[in-house]
Design a protein around this ligand. Structure first.
Ligand SMILES: C[S@@+](CC[C@H](N)C(=O)[O-])C[C@H]1O[C@@H](n2cnc3c(N)ncnc32)[C@H](O)[C@@H]1O
Length: 263
């Protein structure tokens, strides 16, 4: 009989992240990328800095992985609901949250989020656990959009999860042309739906799904050691000997959009 976890694997069609979860945090690149994402987001959303605590923002991170970005944004938020389709990633996050000094306002959930009314999301009112679901002040998602086949659908779900006049701030590497394909080694292409996100395409899509005040911009760039020759890094997917690979700079986009206020 299929377990909840195995049907989640089937739903994503992607076991790669469950397999990589235990070693995910050993890669310095993902830590640095999350720090850069936080910096870019804080620069655009001063409300995060103003009032953490009970008057702070409710943040949803979609595709949180092991919670690298959730953990560093948590001190600026009232709470962070950290959702990932890979149960293995969420297990790693849950273990980290048990450690001394870990943030206490992160709520990890192993969910392939397709419905803003999904009962696994927290309720808007804790005294009514089966009532309407919480709506968020800010939705973030980092290094995830390039894995999602139907961007229009996930953007619509995000919009449904927001309060009125609330925002998405989505970060991922840019599809800046044919070289963007080298971001992933050949052995790490499973689950890659596109080689980065495309600036103009994101602007059009976000407007199409109904966001207002859409702004998609290059926010930072990062160097990455990538395969010089397709398949050079073998199954490990990373350089294992000196001299392997070549360093390329990858621009990252920050995609912002506001849910229209509807009285
Ligand atoms: C490249 S990892 C990035 C993880 C994390 N954001 C980080 O930067 O370390 C992409 C993550 O997105 C998750 N993911 C992909 N599609 C998803 C979806 N539709 N809903 C939730 N999570 C998803 C995967 O399970 C994976 O953990």
């Amino acid at each position: 009989m299929a377990t909840a976890a195995s049907s989640l694997h089937a739903a994503t069609g992607n076991e790669r992240f469950n397999n990589e979860a235990a070693n995910w945090d050993n890669n310095p690149f993902v830590h640095e990328a999350s720090k850069q994402a936080l910096k870019a987001i804080l620069a655009k959303f001063p409300a995060l800095k103003d009032a953490p605590g009970q008057n702070g923002l409710d943040v949803l991170e979609l595709g949180c992985g092991t919670g690298l970005l959730s953990s560093i944004i948590a001190p600026y938020a009232k709470r962070v609901v950290a959702v990932d389709a890979a149960p293995g990633m969420i297990e790693v996050l849950k273990n980290k949250l048990q450690k001394p000094g870990a943030p206490q306002n992160i709520y990890p959930l192993a969910v392939l989020l397709e419905d803003a009314d999904d009962k696994r999301l927290p309720p808007a009112d804790e005294s009514d656990p089966n009532g309407p679901r919480l709506r968020f002040d800010l939705i973030i998602s980092h290094l995830v959009l390039h894995h999602i086949p139907d961007l229009g659908k996930v953007l619509t779900t995000m919009k449904d999860c927001l309060k009125h006049s609330a925002w998405v701030a989505l970060t991922d590497y840019e599809d800046a042309g044919p070289d963007s394909k080298s971001f992933h080694a050949r052995s790490r292409m499973e689950g890659v739906a596109r080689h980065g996100i495309h600036l103009e395409t994101m602007e059009v899509l976000m407007n199409e799904v109904g966001f207002v005040n859409v702004n998609v911009e290059r926010a930072w760039s990062m160097d990455k050691n990538v395969e010089k020759v397709d398949g050079e890094f073998g199954e490990a997917g990373r350089a294992s000997r000196a001299g392997q690979g070549q360093v390329r700079s990858f621009p990252f986009l920050l995609c912002m959009g506001e849910k229209k206020y509807c009285p």
